[in-house]
Design a protein around this ligand. Structure first.
Ligand code: NAP
Ligand code: GDP
Length: 323
């Protein structure tokens, strides 16, 4: 660790993947809830390619972080995962190993990485909780991403056991919000549906929902996730990960979710289902009991309001949105 970093009392918080859906929301929260002892740095892939150990080391050298929020990853929805399992594995393993090892080598005090509820075993009991990550194979559709993400938990335990590092992780459910990836092939279901409704409304064509609409999901608004992420960075002291999710009672079907998106756009056209497309995992219902034991009063934004805010952003920023 540099002498400058050892003597510094304030935190330098470096956010990898700071230009994406979750990173932009954390940037918003860091500005709304400013602390005098915190300096935030938000990175994109343009600042450096984290698949490269040299470029990763150069970023740590340049910014001298005391804390890291590690978001950078190859991320995609069901259909991107189905066709690119190997790329998801290789890319994410490299990025994660470079970031965690460099954080260790440079004496970073705390790292909070990001897992996902889609990495849990496919055959399981419900609700899923934090203790079940390694209990069995993940769903076939995203095995590459899942095993790469599970390895972060292995590394966090290893860095703590061998070197006493405070490296931990959060486990969010399916995230949506401003600055999402609205690409129809690569993205997740909510930005995909928003883009499709936008086009259907503009062109007077039907909205096509992929699959049967029956699968169940707990969605979290990126702004809510960001407020929780910042709390984890500042307050959470366990190495074991924590699920960041709305309650089990807030789980919705893809069909219900699509109906909310249709309502938010005030779309009046025809809605059809393409059942030749995969449904993916039927459900991954997660327990937020651990989160509630820490933050019993945390208020999630109601899903309809969060979807309306996201639709308003997408319509206003259609030209610059990732799509
Ligand atoms: P995102 O919008 O796709 O953002 C990905 C970020 O990673 C971008 O800032 C991107 O930089 C950066 N990045 C990608 N490859 C990189 C590389 N080789 N070197 C440096 N930076 C790189 O993803 P997100 O949805 O915000 O996801 C953030 C984290 O949350 C990820 O770890 C993801 O696994 C996790 N997560 C997401 C969801 C979800 O539903 N979205 C659910 C659970 C967990 P550029 O902008 O320059 O490309
Ligand atoms: P997952 O939650 O990790 O499975 O990933 P997604 O966010 O991609 O959600 C996939 C679920 O939404 C599956 O049941 C899909 O059949 C369904 N779905 C319906 N329409 C779309 C769409 O336009 N894009 C995506 N990605 N999924 C869709």
């Amino acid at each position: 660790m540099s002498a400058e970093k050892k003597s510094r009392t304030g935190k330098v918080i470096m956010v990898t993947g700071g230009s994406g859906l979750v990173g932009k929301a954390i940037e918003r929260v860091s500005k709304e809830d400013q602390r005098p002892d915190e300096t935030w740095v938000f990175l994109s892939s343009k600042d450096g390619d984290l698949r490269s150990k040299e470029e990763t080391a150069a970023l740590f050298e340049k910014y001298q972080p005391t804390h890291v929020i590690h978001l950078a990853a190859m991320v995609g929805g069901l259909f991107a995962n189905l066709s690119h399992n190997l790329d998801f594995w290789r890319t994410n393993i490299k990025i994660n190993d470079n970031v965690l090892q460099t954080a260790y080598e440079t004496g970073v005090k705390k790292v909070v990485s990001c897992l996902s509820t889609c990495i849990f075993p496919d055959k399981t009991t419900y609700p899923i909780d934090e203790t079940m990550i390694h209990n069995g194979p993940p769903h076939d559709s995203n095995f590459g991403y899942s095993y790469a993400k599970r390895s972060i938990d292995i590394q966090n335990r290893g860095y703590h056991a061998q070197y006493g590092c405070q490296f931990t992780a959060v486990i969010p459910t399916n995230v949506f919000g401003q600055w999402d990836n609205f690409n129809l092939q690569d993205g997740h279901v909510i930005p995909g549906l928003m883009h499709k409704v936008y086009q259907a409304k503009r062109d007077g064509t039907p909205l096509t929902i992929w699959g049967t609409g029956k699968p169940l999901r707990q969605f979290i608004y990126s702004y809510d996730l960001a407020r929780l992420f910042v709390w984890v960075l500042r307050e959470y002291e366990e190495i074991a990960p924590i699920i960041l999710s709305v309650g089990e009672e807030d789980e919705v079907s893809i069909k219900e979710c699509a109906e909310h998106v249709v309502e938010a756009f005030d779309f009046k056209g025809e809605v059809v289902y393409d059942t030749t497309k995969s449904d993916g995992q039927y459900k991954k219902t997660a327990s937020n009991a651990k989160l509630r034991s820490y933050l019993p009063d945390f208020k999630f934004t109601p899903i309809k309001q969060a979807l309306k805010e996201t639709v308003a952003w997408f319509e206003a920023n259609y030209d610059i949105a990732r799509k």
